[in-house]
Ligand binder design. Structure first.
Ligand code: NAD
Length: 303
């Protein structure tokens, strides 16, 4: 059955260009009323231009959809609150928040000013936190909400020169892991998209043969599904690029279990290192308490 968003209101931050624009266009096409949020600055977050958000609003309207622009930055609480207020003032409710806004300030850590580190943390991490904070009471009250954050392989895998970006993106995974537990009883689901796509962020870095396949609109169906009533998962990371979709999960090696009633030495750790590092019998990373219980039972330490 066709998945639609009639009577749903969505905010897509940073949707004046790139991936966010495609998410906003898809949601708008499927009936959502959309707040197109974008201050319209450069890739490193300098400057601004209203026309960037306005153009996407016009595109959505031209396709028969409903949209309004917000030019506010996600990067401070008051301004983020105004984005949520725009949705309420224009459309009377808020169901979907796609935290997509982002900037880059790449440099090797040795040469990176703390100002550039903090600016990236502020937009990616705190921007998502501020918008979610402002949306939370509304979603809780109506017992419905879909929140998507935008993570990156720069965090989960690592990428030279992106210590600020990788740290912020990885922190978002931690944020949704906790928030999914707090949102569950209010039917608020929080998931992450880990995209790779041709945008101004990647155009200069990736080779043309791969960019040609990495159309940003190929990421949006996963975002839209996570934003829909059909979404059945929370706290998940979906990787999406060039028509491929997969689940990202942390794994944990089988490792070793020493007798916790006996001393453990540094040398015992060193001697067991191969087994600790060996991922051949790895499992999805779980809360250590559950794991410990299983192991201690197996050792006959627990009744
Ligand atoms: P993009 O630069 O085209 O889009 C980012 C948008 O965010 C821009 O339109 C920008 O004006 C807006 N923005 C910047 N600061 C903002 C602020 N303070 N408040 C509101 N909006 C702001 O780049 P993109 O590739 O489309 O990036 C979208 C998201 O996807 C980002 O979070 C990015 O980190 C993430 N991402 C992209 C890729 C990729 O391959 N393109 C890979 C991993 C993650």
């Amino acid at each position: 059955m066709t998945i639609r968003f009639d009577d749903r209101v969505a905010i897509v931050t940073g949707s004046g260009a790139g991936l966010g624009r495609q998410h906003a266009l898809l949601l708008g096409r499927r009936g959502a009323k959309v707040v197109v949020n974008d201050p319209g600055g450069s890739v490193n977050g300098i400057g601004g231009e209203h026309a960037v958000a306005d153009r996407v609003v016009e595109e959505i309207k031209a396709e028969g959809g409903q949209a309004v622009a917000s030019y506010a930055s996600v990067a401070d609480m008051k301004s983020a609150q105004s984005i949520i207020d725009t949705a309420i003032n224009a459309f009377g409710r808020l169901d979907i928040l796609v935290n997509n806004a982002g900037i880059l300030r790449d440099k090797a850590f040795n040469n990176m000013d703390m100002e550039d580190f903090e600016a990236v943390m502020q937009v990616h991490l705190m921007g998502s936190v501020y918008c979610t904070k402002a949306a939370w009471p509304i979603m809780r009250e109506q017992k419905y909400g879909r929140v998507i954050v935008t993570t990156s392989g720069s965090g989960t895998v690592g990428n030279f020169g992106q210590s600020n970006y990788g740290a912020a993106k990885m922190a978002l995974n931690g944020f949704i892991n906790v928030m999914r537990t707090e949102g569950a009883k209010y039917n608020i689901m929080l998931n992450a998209i880990s995209p790779s796509a041709r945008t101004r962020m990647t155009e200069e870095i990736l080779p043309e043969w791969v960019l040609e396949f990495m159309r940003p609109e190929l990421v949006s169906p996963a975002v839209a599904w996570m934003a829909s009533e059909k979404c059945t998962v929370s706290g998940e990371i979906i990787s999406a690029t060039a028509g491929s979709f997969s689940r990202v999960k942390y794994i944990q090696s089988e490792g070793v279990q020493f007798d916790p009633e006996q001393p453990v030495t540094i040398e015992m750790f060193e001697d067991a290192l191969d087994k600790i590092m060996d991922l051949s019998h790895s499992q999805p990373h779980a809360m250590s308490l559950q794991r410990l219980e299983t192991r201690l039972r197996a050792m006959g330490k627990l009744k």
